[in-house]
Design a binder for this molecule. Structure first.
Ligand code: NAD
Ligand code: UDP
Ligand code: UDP
Length: 340
């Protein structure tokens, strides 16, 4: 399929002296928006492992950091651009992984108008780019599109139970509009789309002050502070280790199914159970304390991953008890607290 531009995929008409140089080994140019963030930087690591890929990251560093990409800066197949996706972007790419959007409730509620602009205008711009250059685009949507779900576990057919005017709406309604835009560009303009509905994902490189539950508990346990379980503590989540998540995203991009497809780990825990696991693994001496919750906190969440298994041949491999110590190790290094 022609991209309407001269791409490095096109072989030169006659052997060129540059053809065998390190600058011309790549044949797929991949854009990762939000690539300086938690999931994005792990995705970049995996994409860069393949010598056929050239990776361009676009990020405004709101919640992401250059530190997450340090090992690639200066690499001939890598490029980092400071850019806000709510502004138009004119570059030439073959694939777009569109992740740019704060994912932690603390950060997406900090400037809710900006969050909805990022989801709506940002996704519109990336779709406009995909249309202009003929690129395939993958959106990282979220289990939050199911809201406070009445159906449990959640299948992709479930339309959700979402408050349109609540404090989380900038994020969950924003992602719902982003999904709508993806399907409208697909139907109206023939854009090749992929939609992942990501469920709670954790792992190394999460911001220490990110505010999400796994990073909070691990940092608290390492510092010897009480674990803050928000009331009632019986609410559930299902936690996916980041390497599994990245596998799922790449399989989805490479596969034939548009989605939406749930990508998450179906092992479900209450927040009290999570706290007990963290306590037992990291620091048995600490207390678990109940603190107030925020409005519209979903009371249960667990993905039905039948579709991902069937069409992507994907299922998660890392259990919570295997993943937590890997994250602990990274947090200890960054906090400068060694294990006794
Ligand atoms: P993150 O906050 O670590 O990463 C988001 C990245 O996007 C950051 O680097 C941030 O600086 C960048 N960004 C934010 N707004 C931007 C803008 N306007 N322009 C350019 N860059 C911008 O979050 P994450 O956990 O890595 O999440 C990545 C994606 O996955 C997000 O789209 C999120 O909604 C989705 N997701 C994540 C989870 C999860 O549990 N981590 C769950 C569901 C969905
Ligand atoms: N856009 C972009 N990069 C491109 C092409 C388009 O950022 O390479 C933006 C463009 O500025 C517009 C959006 O994507 O705001 C949607 O573009 P599209 O061409 O679909 O719609 P139109 O420009 O006709 O509104
Ligand atoms: N939570 C908690 N203690 C914390 C942070 C969060 O008990 O220090 C709870 C929160 O009430 C929610 C769950 O953990 O029920 C997951 O919250 P998080 O912000 O990690 O992600 P969400 O799934 O809500 O986007």
């Amino acid at each position: 399929k022609s991209n309407g531009h001269v791409s490095i995929k096109t072989p030169p008409p006659s052997p060129s002296p540059f053809r065998n140089s390190k600058f011309f080994t790549a044949n797929l140019r991949i854009l990762v928006t939000g690539g300086a963030g938690f999931i994005g930087s792990h995705l970049v690591d995996r994409l860069m492992e393949n010598e056929k890929n050239e990776v361009i990251v676009v990020d405004n560093y709101f919640t992401g950091s250059k530190n997450n990409l340090m090992k690639w800066i200066g690499h001939p197949r890598f490029e980092l651009i400071r850019h806000d996706v709510t502004e138009p972007l004119l570059i030439e790419v073959d694939q777009i992984y569109h992740l740019a959007c704060p994912a932690s409730p603390i950060f997406y509620k900090y400037n809710p108008v900006k969050t909805i602009k990022t989801n709506v205008i940002g996704t519109l711009n990336m779709l406009g780019l995909a249309k202009r250059v003929g690129a395939r685009i993958l959106l990282t949507s979220t289990s939050e599109v199911y809201g406070d779900p009445i159906q449990h576990p959640q299948t992709e057919e479930y339309w959700g139970n979402v408050n349109p005017i609540g404090v989380r709406s900038c994020y969950d309604e924003g992602k719902r509009v982003a999904e709508t835009l993806m399907f409208d560009y697909h139907r109206q303009h023939g854009i090749e789309i992929r939609i992942a509905r990501i469920f709670n994902t954790y792992g190394p490189r999460m911001n220490i002050d990110d505010g999400r539950v796994v990073s909070n508990f691990i940092a608290q346990a390492i510092r010897g502070e009480s674990l803050t379980v928000q009331e009632p503590g019986t609410q559930t989540r299902s936690f996916c280790y980041v390497s599994d998540q990245v596998d799922g995203l790449i399989k989805l991009m490479e596969g034939e199914n548009t989605g939406p497809i749930n990508i998450g780990n179906p092992d479900e825990f209450t927040m009290l159970e999570l706290a007990e696991n963290v306590k037992e693994l990291i620091n048995p001496d600490i207390q678990v304390k109940k603190v107030g919750n925020t409005p519209d906190d979903p009371s249960q969440r667990k993905p039905d991953i039948t579709l991902a298994k069937k069409v992507l041949g994907w299922s998660p491999k890392v259990t919570l008890r295997d993943g937590l110590p890997l994250m602990e190790e990274d947090f200890r290094k960054r906090l400068g607290v060694l294990k006794n």
